[in-house]
Design a protein around this ligand. Structure first.
Ligand SMILES: [Zn+2]
Length: 68
């Protein structure tokens, strides 16, 4: 009786190898997806893909300091 090695050739299904699940989009409107398991900026229930998105949403920006 021949022993099949097929299941070793293909390997076992990896439970971690599922598709990343997008749970929403960046609140700034850039369209960036918020994917479960990754780190983003969360503020007051809104998710932001990056600091630039957070600043844009709040109308803030990096700028050189100058006397007013
Ligand atoms: Zn954004």
């Amino acid at each position: 009786m021949a022993i099949s090695l097929d299941r070793f050739a293909y390997g076992l299904p990896d439970p971690q190898a599922h598709e990343p699940k997008a749970i929403g989009k960046c609140a700034c409107g850039c369209g960036e997806e918020i994917v479960e398991g990754y780190e983003y900026i969360e503020y007051d229930g809104e998710w932001f893909a990056d600091t630039s998105c957070f600043l844009k949403f709040h109308g803030a920006e990096w700028r050189g300091a100058e006397a007013v």
